[in-house]
Design a protein around this ligand. Structure first.
Ligand code: 5RP
Length: 245
């Protein structure tokens, strides 16, 4: 009897970005958060899943004290039953799990599209192991190619601060929300600075930080201990090259 050849097509599973965020966030919490730790909780849609997972650990009996990187994160964490402490009440944070907007091969980052860069940087500086979680879309060869660089500025004279930022060869756009300037948890504005790639992030950071009116910039240089990256196939990769801590 004649049989027709049957072609079996293997359809690869491709995860959507929400699934990738959840996988990578949960993997980071499982790997890094241990009972008794002080934990920094990041801000953003990826960090959200990490906060939820930390909440599960607490519900299962873990004794954790957590520090928030934003008002929004604190609200989510409290709703998950997590004990929150002010940063000033702890000597150091054992591990912080936070997202990023761009990650380069040396583990240098752009953060702040979620508007929390100032507190995120203060918390990261107080942290022993800053763990970055992201889906693979955040990986870049060079910073400043996908994301603008968020810069938090004082409201006073912010238009003049913008002029100063644009001397660094970028287009600085005031971040808006609901028809008005977006105001950070610190009461400041943010300029999203679009570069055509950032050749020397260390030099740029020193230039931006020296400008009157600048409160903080979204370059997180030599701050990450490791980045966990979820691919669209659901594999979690560890990026720890270039760690300088
Ligand atoms: C907030 C941040 C976030 O970590 C960053 O914007 C990534 O957010 P998301 O996980 O939603 O893409 O820096 O200030």
């Amino acid at each position: 009897m004649h049989r027709e050849a049957v072609t079996i097509r293997v359809i690869p599973m491709v995860l959507d970005s929400e699934q990738m965020k959840k996988i990578v966030a949960e993997a980071a919490v499982e790997e890094y958060v241990k009972d008794g730790m002080v934990v920094g909780l990041g801000t953003g849609s990826t960090a959200y899943y990490a906060i939820k997972k930390v909440g599960e650990l607490v519900a299962n009996g873990y004794d954790l004290k957590c520090v928030a990187t934003s008002v929004r994160t604190e609200e989510i964490a409290l709703s998950c039953g997590i004990e929150m402490v002010p940063l000033n009440d702890v000597k150091k944070i054992d591990v912080t799990i936070d997202g990023a907007d761009e990650i380069d091969p040396q583990l240098q980052l752009i953060k702040g599209m979620g508007g929390a860069l100032l507190r995120e940087k203060i918390v990261a500086a107080a942290t022993v192991k800053e763990i970055i979680i992201a889906d693979e879309s955040k990986i870049v060869e060079k910073l400043g190619t996908l994301s603008p660089l968020p810069v938090e500025v004082l409201q006073f004279g912010h238009v003049h601060t913008k002029f100063g930022l644009e001397l660094q060869k970028c287009n600085a756009v005031l971040r808006m929300k609901d028809g008005a300037p977006f105001v950070t948890d610190g009461g400041n504005y943010i300029y999203d600075c679009r570069f055509d790639g950032i050749d020397n992030p260390f030099f740029l950071e020193s230039r931006i930080d020296s400008m009157p009116g600048v409160v903080e910039n979204g370059l997180f240089l030599n701050m990450a201990f490791e980045a966990l990256i979820c691919t669209s196939e659901g594999e979690v990769k560890h990026l720890s090259e270039g760690v300088k801590r």
